[in-house]
Design a protein. Sequence first.
Length: 157
Amino acid sequence: MSRRFDFIASLCFLFIGIFFFTASTRLAGNVIGGAVTPATFPKAFGALLVFLSALLLFETLKKKALNVRVNHDAPEDRTYYRRFFIILGAMVGYIVLIEPLGFILSTFLFLVVAFQAMERTHLLKTFLIAGGFSLVIYFVFIKLLEASVPSWPSFLS
């Protein structure tokens, strides 16, 4: 990828990570009978995203200017930007749809869109992987960690 794309992406993800971390401080701090609070995973995700995006930003700034391609309007660059904005839009859609569609269905749809944006492959393969991943995430968060999010759409309950 180009140095410019890495720089812009690292800044975007840095701000998203800061947002996740600071927004999670407003969540409930304790839960009766458990060490995992509603703020635990958003804080950990935000901190990890800040760390990884800061690392990418550092590596991008460390790259020598000689390694930068001259033609920034190459079709490859447009593809990277398009993929980035598709996945960013899918994340926003995931946040908006998790309440009405439920955790499992919105996670499945997000993964299908993200997988297809990254690399167009066979849809059956994408559906199987996204479905399996959604079920694993469901069992970890809903059954094992007893998170209180709607599992299925409200119109099915």
